[in-house]
Design a protein around this ligand. Sequence first.
Ligand code: TYM
Length: 334
Amino acid sequence: TPRIFSGIQPSGGLTLGNYLGALKRFAALQGDQAETIYCIVDLHAITVWQDPEELRSRIREATAAFMASGVDPRQSILFNQSQVSAHAELAWLFNTVARVGWMYRMTQFKDKAGKNSENASLGLLAYPALMAADILAYQATAVPVGEDQKQHLELTRDIAAKFNHDYGVNHFPITEPLIEGVATRVMSLRDGSRKMSKSDPSDASRINLTDDADAIAQKIRKARTDAEPLPGSVEGLKDRPEARNLVNIYAALADETPDQVLARFEGQGFGAFKPALAEIAVDALAPITRKMSEFMADPAEIDRILGDGAGRAEEVATPILERTKDIMGLLRSR
Ligand code: TYM
């Protein structure tokens, strides 16, 4: 059976992009066909400064979002990264395998470090080696993510291949990215050329998993669009990124293809489409928002679930880490 691993940073409120591109698919991948391991990557979050009190609460909130989206902590292993020390240890080993130049090429590093990259944390540069460690500590074979993580996953494959080559072993799998469906890149509601992001300064650009029905409806009503009616198929959406984004969101929420959605709305304008989209978005998200706040009402239970998940994760990761150290010639005598 394939072993699936993925993670989400607890570095801000989660968005509809995180839900459609990640959480909803994480839940769908659970079952007898695969072993699923999901992680709240707090060590990644601290590569940029986080207020400690706020971080603690964001970790719990992200855990609540996983469960409210249908990730079942009995079926999957659900835990936070910093409670399983194998991640940080394997990341160090990978720091000796990965090359500095690989890290400087990462577009996320360039974006996040900005102009003054000399002043970025060393952790922000090494971020992808920790991500490779997350995945390979479990010898995971498949990783569901949104499109923005593609370059990081290629680097994970490079690290695995270089390790196997340098030490003449076949120890780490070459992981498959699972970037599937119509919502692998949900765009901003204000600008069809930027992805929807928890770090966008404009709250109107995104739908948060904590938004209530009124806020969701208002953001969709105000979403930027063009003045053309909707075409009968997706070919007609070329060069209409905002329209395309709203149709994709509808399709992902309704578990339909964009062509099926357009077949129903052909010839109609956004005056008709937006209220329909708002309705389906509220129907899909309201139960998630409600369950999230129910889970958040019992933080001790969340902490218990994370502790239990960390124990189970460690059982899988520790022997793989030990074997890795052994391959590298690090003496084991206990
Ligand atoms: P993060 O926390 O930025 O995002 C979590 C997941 O949500 C997806 N996503 C989106 N999908 C579609 N449209 C969007 N607008 C959108 N925004 C975010 C992301 O692609 C991701 O799947 N480096 C990772 C976290 C990570 C990880 C890992 C992932 C750390 N270790 C190991 C997989 C495996 C990140 O920052 O994701």
